[in-house]
Design a protein around this ligand. Structure first.
Ligand SMILES: NC(=O)c1ccc[n+]([C@@H]2O[C@H](COP(=O)([O-])OP(=O)(O)OC[C@H]3O[C@@H](n4cnc5c(N)ncnc54)[C@H](O)[C@@H]3O)[C@@H](O)[C@H]2O)c1
Length: 367
């Protein structure tokens, strides 16, 4: 078992969040669960195999009566209606401040349930059991909650750190290869941002990773440690947390311009490689950085070029971006593994790099 603490003092009802990686039956104990609750609610993502939660049900029901409800998984649940449905469940089950909400699901179910938990009685404790790779390394780490509103993603939300996060990789067995790839984009991002040894070990084992795209528990724990270290420096996202947006400047544009919207992990993978090419052009990174990054992302099934998309629309969108100031946009650029720089870049340089020939590779973008 690996345990990482995230300091929650000063901004959360809990002094810290315990993040454990390992089989549920081995890592969930009284210390992790906290005081015996007055009521207990398990909210389960409809996508997961219900039997996988048997060990959790057993542990929870030995402490207090347990009520379980299913939440339809996927982005659609992150709506005002989806949020109200969760509040309805809280009302039915009469969750009070001494209650405990346990959420087993992907990032979407986690975001909407955590948002509901953050406002119910001005905040009830919750425990996260992430069931997608993306939720294990990213969405359920850091305390951000959100729903979409008026066609804009994550427009409404709060900060509400869970009491604990438990990542059991056996949950990922039922996850599609494509969903696993989405999580790999964030895991590789974390390695590039803050853990060079992790990056090198991923590169060395890329052949075995490519076979089933299943991560090792230790790799998840290392990626989590990168995010926790950054979030602790900047819990309310006002400065250094910006580094976590590596790959997101272009990534957001790609998500917004593609129809149906390009999955987040795919967009971030392309955004990271683009940022690396930009860094090379600006002399921030050595030549070959983008190819190195693309090679690993492609091994986990992610396309890394964006040549099938309309460059003019990308530029127009970046120009209109609220972060664009006097013909410049802000980018998180890799210097070398483990070292990022956040800086403005002139739009004409961005355009020049967008017009470079694609890097190519084993995974071709789909039009
Ligand atoms: N709060 C944050 O800091 C943060 C950070 C990153 C991403 N996010 C959010 O996370 C969301 C994406 O999360 P995601 O990638 O986990 O996708 P998701 O939660 O939308 O789940 C994708 C699909 O996988 C299914 N699923 C979940 N677990 C499964 C399992 N074990 N086996 C089979 N199917 C399973 C779900 O039912 C759903 O159909 C986005 O809304 C994004 O905004 C939040």
């Amino acid at each position: 078992m690996t345990e990482i603490f995230q300091d929650g003092r000063g901004w959360s009802p809990h002094p810290q969040c315990r993040i454990r990686t390992g089989p549920i039956a081995e890592v969930v104990d009284e210390e992790l669960l906290g005081p015996t609750p007055t009521s207990q609610l398990l909210l389960r993502d409809s996508g997961i195999d219900p039997e996988k939660l048997d060990p959790l049900r057993k542990i929870l029901s030995e402490r207090a009566p347990l009520i379980e409800r299913v939440v339809a998984g996927g982005e659609a649940c992150k709506s005002p209606e989806g949020w109200q449905q969760i509040l309805q469940i809280f009302a039915e089950v009469a969750i009070d401040r001494g209650g405990l909400v346990v959420v087993a699901g992907g990032g979407s179910v986690g975001d909407v349930c955590a948002f509901a938990a953050s406002v119910w009685h001005r905040g009830v404790p919750w425990i996260a059991i992430p069931t997608t790779l993306l939720a294990m390394v990213d969405a359920h780490i850091g305390g951000k909650t959100a729903i979409h509103f008026g066609g804009i993603k994550n427009r409404i939300g709060t900060f509400h750190l869970p009491r604990a996060v438990v990542s059991d990789i056996s949950m990922l067995e039922s996850l599609s290869l494509q969903e696993r790839s989405m999580g790999w984009a964030e895991l590789i991002k974390a390695a590039w941002i803050g853990d060079r040894p992790l990056l090198e070990s991923l590169e060395q084992s890329s052949e075995s990773i490519a076979a089933d795209r299943m991560p090792r528990a230790q790799q998840i724990a290392q990626a989590v440690a990168v995010k926790v270290a950054i979030v602790e420096q900047d819990p309310f996202d006002q400065g250094s947390r910006e580094r976590l947006n590596f790959g997101h400047t272009l990534g957001h544009a790609l998500e917004m311009l593609s129809s149906p919207p390009m999955p987040h992990g795919e967009a971030v993978a392309r955004g990271m490689v683009f940022a690396a090419r930009l860094a090379e052009q600006l002399g921030e990174a050595v030549d070959g950085t983008a190819v190195r990054m693309a090679r690993l992302l492609q091994r986990v099934g992610l396309a890394t070029d964006c040549d099938e998309l309309h460059l003019e629309s990308i530029l127009e969108l970046l120009q209109g971006d609220k972060k664009a100031r006097a013909g410049q946009t802000r980018w998180v650029l890799p210097r070398r593994p483990g070292e990022m720089v956040v800086r403005p870049v002139a739009l004409d340089v961005v355009e020049r790099v967008l017009r470079l020939p694609p890097l190519g590779g084993i995974v071709k973008p789909q039009s």
